[in-house]
Design a protein around this ligand. Structure first.
Ligand code: TYD
Length: 334
């Protein structure tokens, strides 16, 4: 079997590629990655020479690159490739529409033209929008509120429309906020951890009482594999960690793990525009497939802090150049 993974140099994608190479010896992996700022070859340096792994550089929005990646035939496509950061989407939305909607469309066309047997779209709980109480279920209406989540919702709707119209064999996973090793340091956890390790302050938006549902990246990758192998074609599956925490609570754990304090190291800054207050997922459909998150939250978070402490050579080069320019644009005015 040969599977195409897109965005395999990213955070969740690279974790998934490593999982496949380790636990599915019958599967060869082709990784199509555009190597944007978040696609980091270091994320798969340990498997780059595996004979079951092949890398193709290119964007999912480029039909020629997609053709090159699937030229030898593939049995499945798992689409991790996406622009993913809400704050960047507020500054510059266009790339989100190009990759998350048009890129998904390009892949769907390839699946249709080649008769590929599975297409799994990696999506997000953010498509449901703000959830003041309860937990989102797969049939709930999509009410995205940022350019990022609206782009992901647009991708999801294309995927479901291809299933209805062309009987394209699709699956969708909607994961909750993911944390763990190798996450680009723009997101809350790696940004805060690397700032704290550097003895710098962390910018907490608004009152810090926003709630997210946290999932370890290893659990997320396993959930995607479960859905790919056992999900019902045409189905949507929520992958929620079941760890609802306010940003303030999470920040406290990070401060403690880094030996810093709220008064010295937290900078309260202006809130994100249109900030969703709360996300929560009902993941019982995925649980019924036999998937359960394994990593206990506080332990996983502390292990993640240790990983960033022990792997400074991974993140230090990322916090320069493009990142510093982004950081200035994003935070200077707050
Ligand atoms: P983030 O990691 O950007 O994920 P998402 O917006 O997709 O949930 O942010 C997680 C939460 O942390 C979100 O409520 C926004 C908040 N946050 C901050 O308070 N400060 C920051 O610098 C960042 C990046 C996020």
């Amino acid at each position: 079997m040969r599977w195409l993974v897109t965005g395999g140099l990213g955070f969740i994608g690279s974790t998934f590629v490593r999982l496949l190479l380790r636990e599915r010896p019958e599967v060869e992996v082709v990784n199509l990655d555009a190597m944007t700022y978040a696609g980091n070859p270091a994320n798969l340096a340990d498997v780059a020479h595996d004979p079951r792994y092949r890398f193709v550089k290119g964007s999912i929005g480029d039909p020629t690159a997609v053709d090159a990646a699937i030229a030898d035939g593939v049995d499945a496509i798992v689409n991790f490739a996406a622009e993913t950061h809400v704050d960047r989407s507020i500054l510059e939305p266009e790339a989100f529409l190009r990759t998350d909607i048009l890129g998904t469309h390009t892949l769907l066309e390839a699946v249709r033209a080649r008769g590929i047997r599975r297409f799994l779209q990696v999506s997000t709980d953010e498509v449901y929008g703000d959830v003041p109480s309860g937990a989102s279920r797969e049939g709930d209406p999509l009410r995205p509120r940022s350019p990022y989540s609206a782009s992901k919702a647009g991708g999801d709707l294309q995927v479901l429309a291809y299933h209805a119209t062309y009987a394209t064999p699709v699956l969708i996973t909607r994961g909750s906020n993911t944390y763990g090793p190798r996450q680009y340091p723009e997101k809350l956890v790696p940004l805060f951890v690397t700032n704290l390790l550097d003895d710098a302050t962390v910018p907490l938006y608004g009152d810090g009482l926003q709630i997210r549902d946290w999932l370890h990246v290893d659990d997320h990758a396993r959930g995607i594999l479960s859905v790919l192998e056992r999900g019902e074609i045409g189905g949507v599956y929520n992958l929620g960690g079941g760890n609802l925490r306010t940003n303030l609570e999470l920040t406290r754990v990070l401060l403690d793990a880094c030996g810093r304090t709220m008064t010295t190291h937290v900078r309260h800054v202006a809130d994100r525009e249109g900030h969703d207050r709360r996300y929560a997922l009902d993941a019982s459909k995925a649980h019924a497939l036999g998937w359960q998150p394994q990593v206990a939250f506080e332990e996983g978070l502390r292990a993640t802090v240790r990983w960033y402490r022990d792997n400074e050579s991974w993140w230090r080069p990322l916090k320069s150049g493009e990142f510093l320019e982004y950081y200035r644009r994003q935070y200077a005015h707050r």
